[in-house]
Every structure is written in structure tokens, then in C-alpha cells.
Design a protein. Structure first.
Length: 114
């Protein structure tokens, strides 16, 4: 199982970023995936999830209406579109899937600052 995140960077408050998670090593269409984040000095926080069919998505309250999770079964990718970014969104963002055990990518840094 391999998860590789990309798309992080530095953005001003109110800006947008699109994170992508490329998955391999397991039947992508069978498993739902999630995004988590970890801010400096804090624990890892669940951000959003998408079901294996893509028909169900869920978000932590703090990102509802600003973030959108989506999947592409043809490309084996799950994206996280982030709009109206705030300084408190600054964190390392991780893609995650449970295949026999919890699997994590290496993370991608998102910094929201003026």
C-alpha cells in the first residue's frame, strides 16, 4: 500500500489549494479514503472522508463549506480542494486508508500566511 500526497504550499489567507493523494497497492474502488492534518504542537485531526463509491463524503465542522473531497477511480487519486483558507488551516496534511491496518502517506505541508 502506498499513498503519496502532493499539492501543498504557501498561500495567503482567503486563497485556495488543491491537494492530491495518489494511491497504489490495493483495490482502490473497494476502500474509502480520508484526509487528516496535524498542526504544529497538536495531535492529528481528521478532516474529511469519502466512501469507496464516492457517494458519501463527510467533513469536520471547521472545514464544511470550504473544503471538498473527491475521488477519481480511473486515476486512483483522491483530491482535497481547499478554498477560503485560514491561518488555522496551516498543518501537514496526510492521506489515509485502512487496509488491514491504518496506512498513511508522507504528508504535504500547507501554510496559510500573509
Amino acid at each position: 500500500v502506498q499513498l503519496v500526497e502532493s499539492g501543498g504550499g504557501l498561500v495567503q489567507p482567503g486563497g485556495s489549494l488543491r491537494l492530491s493523494c495518489a494511491a497504489s497497492g490495493f483495490p482502490f474502488r473497494v476502500y474509502g479514503l480520508s484526509w487528516y492534518r496535524q498542526a504544529p504542537g497538536k495531535g492529528r485531526e481528521w478532516v474529511a472522508s469519502i466512501s469507496s463509491t464516492g457517494g458519501t463524503t463527510n467533513y469536520v465542522d471547521s472545514v464544511k463549506g470550504r473544503f471538498t473531497i473527491s475521488g477519481d477511480n480511473a486515476k486512483n487519486t483522491v483530491d482535497l480542494r481547499m478554498n477560503s483558507l485560514k491561518p488555522e488551516d496551516t498543518a501537514v496534511y496526510y492521506c489515509s486508508v485502512v487496509v488491514l491496518q491504518v496506512r498513511w502517506g508522507q504528508g504535504t505541508q500547507v501554510t496559510v500566511s500573509s
